[in-house]
Design a protein around this ligand. Sequence first.
Ligand code: ADP
Ligand code: ZN
Ligand code: ZN
Length: 715
Amino acid sequence: MLPLPIGEGYDYRVPEGLDLAEGDFVIVPLGRRQMLGVVWALGGSGDIAEARLKDVVGRLDAPPMSTVLRRFVSWVAAYTLAAPGQVLRMAMSVPAALEPAKPVVAYRLAEGFDIEGLRPSAARRRVLTLLRDLPPLPAGDIAREAGVSSGVVKGLAEAGALATVLLPPSLRPPVPDPALPGPDLSDDQRSAAEALSGGIGGGYSATLLDGVTGSGKTEVYFEAIAAALRDNRQVLVLLPEIALTPHWLERFEARFGCRPLEWHSELTQAQRRDGWRAVSEGKAGVVVGARSALFLPFPDLGLIVVDEEHEPAFKQEEGVTYNARDMAVVRAHLGEIPIVLVSATPSLETVANVEAGRYAKVTLPDRFAGAALPMIQAIDMRAHRPAPGRWLSPPLVEAMRGTLEAGEQAVLFLNRRGYAPLTLCGSCGHRLGCPNCTAWLVEHRLAGRLQCHQCGYTARLPSECPSCQSTDGFKAVGPGVERIAEEVLHTFPEARFAVVASDTLAGPAAVGELLRSVREREVDILIGTQLVAKGHHFPLLTLVGVIDADLGLMGGDLRAAERTYQILHQVAGRAGRAEHPGRVLLQTYDPDHKVLKALVEGDRDRFLEAEADDRRRAGMPPYGRLAGLIVSGADQRLVEAVALRLGRTAPREEGVRVLGPAPAPFSILRGRHRCRLLLKTAKAIAIQPVLRRWLAQVEVPASVRVQVDVDPYSF
Ligand code: ADP
Ligand code: ZN
Ligand code: ZN
């Protein structure tokens, strides 16, 4: 199998004298070049005449790809209808890691060097002092420990103060220590931890760890991690947005004495190579990562934890479209190990699996240390309209005033980046849209740009209207977080506020700095998008105001209600902790909506039941199966022709229905026209064979792409 997005596998001859086993990494000729691949099966397909077979060039001296990982790759490919080679590519994302490891350059103090003669700077002095007590270290490690740039280390080496040593390439990532004491657990926490730890080493099991925010779910699954480490097994923790979790890493370090190995898209090539090797050699005890960490070559994985299992970020939408949460369960099953899915607002899929007896459930019913859950109220905006051009209702303003006077902190939540989602001409009403997409341009006033949130196109606000040439200016319509910040500044000129959105906070360092400033009370009001909903704990945060609780409920998406419930529940969970009870105000024009009622009444399970009933009646997931087809291409006529042909040849079997073709949401995206069809089947029908038969009937020109999305998250 070659890591290429085409084909099922390639046949080669094993030359005399080369001893190969399944899973070995090998170099093979392909056309005029050579490629790295994996021996998928010995024996071959027999499709190619013996005489035409080419020889395997050689075998790599690297640990072979395990049977479990190969079966996993095949499984994911079959389920998502991706080519196995395309999935294999995710499992071979770091080819450099397979080459023989090079020795590591490390530095120690040079003997007999007159340091004072150098008249060292403070930074240099820190390095020299540090190295007095330590074994030779690579420049990066020294720099981090001493808090200097690695240029300082190199400079000292050039000056002759440091000598270089070549260390053998064996990797010694820090080893998490399960023997360090954890916190004293409450009775509920202890029995939950025991239930999870009891599964370690006992084969496959799937368990939902269900508990309200602040109930200590993290502490509890840390105990399961400790149990797996004591058993000398590796652990994989999947988090939805790895770059935003400095807080999680700190907690891990506090519990286990060092950081886990991180795996995400922002690593450098060298970090990826070292990380991959540390995993494959079994030296990385705990890996925390985003989706792609599922494809790492663990030789001895003993436990998988998926935190915030309900998060849509686990769904990969590009390339191989897979849900990492679901595939993690598959991997646990193939590897015969336990998996723990963690959430305060579990997905309907997971709840249905618990009800069907496929997953066990462990519950933490209360917030830790008797902290009260926040009081959640709806503000009926029909009765409390803000002034025109304003978005904060009088009751919310009153509550904020009270919070500020008490010296406490507030969060205002609006899941919309920028200043305004729509900009129109003051004379003719022309709306400014993206030239590449069917999307409006969003004004980002802080950056002084208009931006397309679909393709990233940016432009300045034009000086005249492109439609009527009027120069009377444009009107911003609707609020984004920046506009709410403007209103806060106007209403509470004394208050210190910060705006939290992915475009105003660049990278984990900025997030970390912001969290610190909130913890240290340098900020009174935090205004933000979903980023503020993430699991940060601020003891003085007692008020959460949701600017537009109805925002996510429009549009009729399958998961609109479920997703809105999850987000609002999570944001609400920011309010109130141990000593300070919290209050949550939801601004809504539809206070009788089932999502709002469930939040106000605190009755999650009734909401889940009602939602499950709706889905069951409609035959929608998790009680039916869906696959989306997106047909796209630059030529609208060709795209529509393919979509229509797919519509005409749609399978007509018992329990199978096809909806569409219809224009996709964003019917033009990045200059490509898009149509979609939706295949819906009864739960009992395997959707993949139906899809395969269907797709095989329709010829698709090379300039048109048909993307298959099994279990689409939204549509
Ligand atoms: P969850 O993941 O359910 O939101 P956390 O594990 O983050 O809950 O716990 C919430 C807060 O309570 C954290 O600050 C955590 O350190 C603290 N906490 C939870 N359990 C304990 C415990 N047994 N002892 C001390 N602190 C705890
Ligand atoms: Zn105009
Ligand atoms: Zn665009």
